[in-house]
Design a protein around this ligand. Structure first.
Ligand SMILES: *[C@@H]1O[C@H](CO)[C@@H](O)[C@H](O)[C@H]1NC(C)=O
Ligand SMILES: *[C@@H]1O[C@H](CO)[C@@H](O)[C@H](O)[C@H]1NC(C)=O
Ligand SMILES: *[C@@H]1O[C@H](CO)[C@@H](O)[C@H](O)[C@H]1NC(C)=O
Ligand SMILES: *[C@@H]1O[C@H](CO)[C@@H](O)[C@H](O)[C@H]1NC(C)=O
Ligand SMILES: *[C@@H]1O[C@H](CO)[C@@H](O)[C@H](O)[C@H]1NC(C)=O
Ligand SMILES: *[C@@H]1O[C@H](CO)[C@@H](O)[C@H](O)[C@H]1NC(C)=O
Ligand SMILES: *[C@@H]1O[C@H](CO)[C@@H](O)[C@H](O)[C@H]1NC(C)=O
Ligand SMILES: *[C@@H]1O[C@H](CO)[C@@H](O)[C@H](O)[C@H]1NC(C)=O
Ligand SMILES: *[C@@H]1O[C@H](CO)[C@@H](O)[C@H](O)[C@H]1NC(C)=O
Ligand SMILES: *[C@@H]1O[C@H](CO)[C@@H](O)[C@H](O)[C@H]1NC(C)=O
Ligand SMILES: *[C@@H]1O[C@H](CO)[C@@H](O)[C@H](O)[C@H]1NC(C)=O
Ligand SMILES: *[C@@H]1O[C@H](CO)[C@@H](O)[C@H](O)[C@H]1NC(C)=O
Length: 713
């Protein structure tokens, strides 16, 4: 279906005909006047980078490591290959040529934000008989233009409607905040998330790098706070100055890793904004230096003579790691009787960070205390508003000359479970806020409309949607963070940009666009000819290779195991290796298993999870993800065949078993989430199917291993 016909179907053709606010239904939408007819990408012979600007970079964005126009174009070329299967060479020239996408820079009056200020993120898009021109206000603007080209071509089945448009974001900071302090996320996950954000023109990934679960002062002993309460600092440095601060080497980012994350994200126009949190949420620092704690040990005693020097040491160590123009020092939820200490802390850190970085970095804090409450921090500090009980950003900050980024808890998410916040972005809240309008960055307050600045106020920096992990690392798996955002974050990205997509149009384009997002496989999907992704029957005696009968050719390699009568004999650490890693929801992994001794072993292992029968202490069937075990009240019977289905179905992970002695059983993997030391709640845990290695360390037999796309349940 061509884009034109698509517009007809959705009814927005009327706007097109009237010409007034014609737009393409990309996400975000872009203003676009159609000229009639279309251009097919199948005619493309070249992507031409304007040689006059090939080495230009955007100096106005948030990153100190901006890619050149040439580098953005090379990423775009790879995306054209991965999304459309088109091999289009990249060349240079100063002019358009026929059947080329010409990538250049320009300046236009339309390159302005909601406040009417010029923005380097604007671009102009032209599609005609000759091909396509993407002309950015800067290389970053051109990059966003390439996202529009890909999206429009995905919707148009490789054709683009002819016409032209000039597009620019209303606000300069668009994206998400992820709490990586109370939950570790591997580097690859952060990079894949950047690819996801970037496709929908979000440019900011704020990563909260230190925090602790609630330090319940009423309940916890000093001992418990200092030794048994989860707190983490995610940067790993060998510098003796911070030795002992980070006790989790395997759940941290080294400088090389953090550099790679920032660089790969920057390649797709996304800046990582790092946050190291103090003087509240700072238990990890007090666990390191207990003398710095206040009565509530998760807070720093600012008047202790070593507190500010300690924070300076931490920032001195890590400031050189960061490539963003803004760094975040947290500074929320501190003791309200200590506002002057707090103000002194923020101002001192601000002076330090600006001096230490030679003025290359500005500082941000969470909204906490207002000037009215006596908090008089430097105007060079920007605020990130999160809760209207802490501040009224328009009156408290904007009117006092501060810039404010909106992260109002209206759109807060908390992983796994929460008494107050949802686990998944709610699309209704994005398309239809309490004022009956689509949500937008100036909506700091969703109950007092007069508390919001006008749309064109230049002090509204933008919006970031926050995902917190209040209940710690075992409340969710890594990929559950992605699923919290997956279906609705692109809709929010439209609103953060200032787009006009409606709920109906969004739901009609989402699946197509989602399937095309380059540079990631967060769904952990596996290409397959039909629903059967992999099928091993082990019919060849003692073969080195296991034939995959699915038709997909995912043959396995046998590492030392005997194969007889359609059964693999696992012993002495032998295993079968597959070319697959993980399969995301929904899936069914079925197999027959017969343990022949009660030693624990790995049934299946993959990059995102492991499936074991016991761990040496318990024999329970257990899934492990991110180092956290999720056990069933079930043990596989010894010396008997059991038919097992491991099923991923939405947010549930289910196991069904059937064997000769037992009637069949269905069980659900749950996590037991600790709630501030006051008890527990049980919540489902969504675990990807582990597929890379089969049977390593397990003793017994397996047969008929089948992986199916979808939940057979
Ligand atoms: C583009 O034009 C605007 C004024 O319309 C100006 O503020 C801006 O500096 C110009 N940018 C470039 C890169 O020439
Ligand atoms: C904070 O540190 C100061 C200076 O060392 C000390 O006098 C004060 O008692 C400390 N406060 C708390 C709550 O420990
Ligand atoms: C805040 O600090 C005051 C003064 O030091 C202290 O009395 C109070 O207990 C503290 N409140 C909390 C919640 O820690
Ligand atoms: C706030 O700080 C500024 C300088 O940073 C100073 O000029 C001003 O007087 C202070 N205001 C108050 C009320 O303390
Ligand atoms: C989404 O938000 C709407 C509007 O606030 C609310 O009525 C609805 O219950 C929410 N949906 C979910 C699944 O929470
Ligand atoms: C959204 O609509 C407004 C008003 O109709 C229009 O000015 C603007 O260009 C549109 N924005 C986008 C990104 O389509
Ligand atoms: C899937 O394809 C394979 C190989 O072509 C075939 O043997 C199998 O029957 C198909 N399965 C289904 C469920 O269609
Ligand atoms: C096995 O798991 C149980 C329950 O999670 C735990 O208490 C025990 O320490 C674990 N044993 C080993 C060896 O990991
Ligand atoms: C990191 O190591 C600790 C201690 O050995 C362990 O508890 C944790 O599960 C490990 N984390 C991961 C992600 O493997
Ligand atoms: C396992 O059984 C215990 C009681 O022995 C029960 O408290 C717990 O909820 C059960 N766990 C699951 C995941 O069903
Ligand atoms: C293991 O299973 C038994 C019941 O078979 C249950 O009592 C126990 O709580 C389970 N252990 C864990 C860690 O879930
Ligand atoms: C999760 O962590 C809490 C501590 O915060 C612990 O009490 C609980 O048992 C853990 N849950 C699982 C499933 O391991």
């Amino acid at each position: 279906m061509s884009l034109n016909r698509f517009l007809l179907c959705t009814g927005s053709v009327l706007a097109s005909v009237l010409g007034a606010h014609a737009s393409l239904n990309t996400v975000p939408t872009i203003p676009f006047i159609e000229a009639g007819g279309s251009y097919s990408l199948s005619h493309l012979t070249d992507i031409v980078v304007d040689s006059r600007y090939a080495e230009s970079v955007d100096h106005n964005g948030e990153t100190w490591i901006p890619p050149t126009l040439q580098q953005f174009a090379a990423t775009f070329q790879a995306d054209i290959q991965s999304v459309f299967g088109l091999d289009v060479p990249l060349s240079h020239g100063t002019k358009r040529k026929a059947n080329a996408i010409f990538i250049t820079l320009t300046n236009q009056t339309g390159f302005h934000d909601a406040a009417g200020q010029w923005t380097s993120e604007g671009y102009a898009l032209t599609v005609d008989d000759k091909g396509v021109v993407v002309a950015g206000a800067s290389p970053l603007g051109a990059w966003w233009g390439t996202r529009s080209v890909i999206q429009a071509a995905v919707e148009g089945k490789s054709t683009l409607a002819k016409g032209s448009g000039v597009d620019a974001p209303g606000w300069g900071t668009r994206g998400v905040m992820l709490d990586a302090g109370r939950h570790y996320y591997p580097p690859d996950f952060l990079v894949e998330m950047c690819s996801y954000l970037s496709f929908f023109k979000q440019n900011t990934f704020h990563v909260h790098l230190s925090d602790n679960i609630d330090n319940n002062v009423e309940l916890y002993s000093r001992e418990r706070s200092l030794h048994d309460t989860y707190a983490a600092f995610r940067l790993w440095s060998d510098d003796p100055a911070v030795a002992g601060l980070n006790k989790r080497a395997n759940e941290s980012y080294t400088r090389d890793e953090f550099d790679d994350i920032q660089t790969q994200c920057a390649q797709r126009g996304v800046t990582i904004i790092p946050e190291i949190e103090a003087p509240g949420h700072a238990l990890v620092i007090v666990q390191w230096k207990p003398e710095l704690g206040l009565g509530d040990l998760s807070m720093l005693n600012i008047s202790h003579p070593d507190t500010i020097p300690t924070m300076k040491t931490i920032w001195k160590t890590f400031l050189p790691w960061f490539h963003s123009k803004t760094v975040h020092i947290g500074a929320d939820e501190y003791n309200s009787s200590l506002v002057s200490d707090y103000t002194y802390f923020v101002n001192t850190m601000n002076d330090y960070i600006r001096t230490e970085s030679s003025g290359k970095k500005a500082m941000r804090i969470w909204g906490t205390f207002t000037p009215k409450e006596g908090c008089n921090v430097s105007k060079s500090v920007s605020y990130q508003h999160w809760d209207t009980s802490a501040d009224r950003p328009y009156w408290d900050y904007i009117q006092n000359g501060y810039n404010v980024l909106n992260s109002d808890d209206y759109l807060y998410l908390v992983g796994g479970w929460s008494g107050s916040f949802p686990q998944v972005l709610n699309q209704t809240m994005i398309f239809d806020d309490p004022y009956g309008k689509p949500y937008s960055p100036p909506t700091f307050d969703t109950s007092l409309i007069g508390d919001n600045p006008p749309r064109n106020n230049p002090r509204t920096l933008g919006h970031l949607a926050a995902l917190w992990n209040d209940y710690g690392p075992n409340s969710t798996t890594v990929l559950q963070a992605y699923y919290s955002w997956r279906d609705s974050l692109p809709a929010l990205a439209d609103k953060q940009w200032g787009g006009n997509i409606t709920a109906t149009v969004y739901s009609s384009v989402f699946d197509k666009l989602h399937a095309a997002v380059p540079g990631q496989n967060l769904d952990r999907s596996i290409p397959s000819k039909n629903k059967t992704i992999l099928h091993y029957s082990f019919e060849e005696e003692n073969a080195k290779t296991v034939k995959d009968h699915s038709g997909n050719g995912y043959d396995g390699t046998v590492h030392g195991c005997k194969i007889r009568n359609g059964q693999v004999h696992f012993e002495n650490g032998c295993y079968v290796e597959t070319p697959l890693g993980s399969k995301g929801r929904d899936y069914t992994l079925s197999f027959y298993v017969k343990p022949t001794n009660n030693m624990p072993g790995t049934l299946f292992a993959g990059p995102d999870s492991t499936f074991v029968n016991g761990n040496g202490t318990i024999s329970n069937t257990t899934l492990i993800s991110g180092g956290n075990p999720y056990s069933l009240n079930y043990t596989l019977p010894l010396n008997a065949w059991t038919g097992v289905n491991l099923i991923g179905k939405g947010t549930d992970t289910i196991m069904t078993v059937a064997n000769a002695g037992d009637s069949s059983k269905t069980m659900v993997f749950n996590t037991r989430i600790g709630v501030n030391g006051q008890g527990f709640v049980w919540a489902p845990i969504a675990v990807e199917a582990p597929l890379h290695r089969i049977g390593e360390g397990f003793t017994g037999l397996m047969k008929e291993i089948i992986l199916t796309d979808g939940a057979l349940y």
